[in-house]
Ligand binder design. Structure first.
Ligand SMILES: [Zn+2]
Length: 90
């Protein structure tokens, strides 16, 4: 089985960096070099994007049951993860 290698890997354990906003490897806890991380500007841009999405969600609330609302927040978490994975390859 082929291992998919990201160009952003922890120098200590060689595993893909899951979240480039965090300056530590989520697997082994090693500090990551700045070169592998998002710049503060990029993080600010991402946070701004998240904030805009939150605002849109507040402005256009969809009536939903508690159950559906749980499902929705799970889906949003998944989208977050996908966008982080996308960031590995930019
Ligand atoms: Zn590591």
């Amino acid at each position: 089985m082929e291992v998919i290698r990201s160009k952003f890997q922890c120098p200590a354990c060689n595993r893909s960096i899951l979240n480039r906003k965090i300056d530590r490897c989520l697997y082994c806890g090693a500090s990551l070099p700045q070169a592998l991380l998002f710049s503060p500007e990029k993080i600010a841009a991402l946070d701004e994007e998240t904030r805009k999405q939150e605002e849109r969600r507040k402005q256009h609330p969809t009536p939903q049951t508690v159950e559906q609302s749980g499902f929705l927040s799970n889906a949003i978490d998944t989208i977050d993860i996908i966008s982080d994975i996308g960031g590995l390859f930019d």
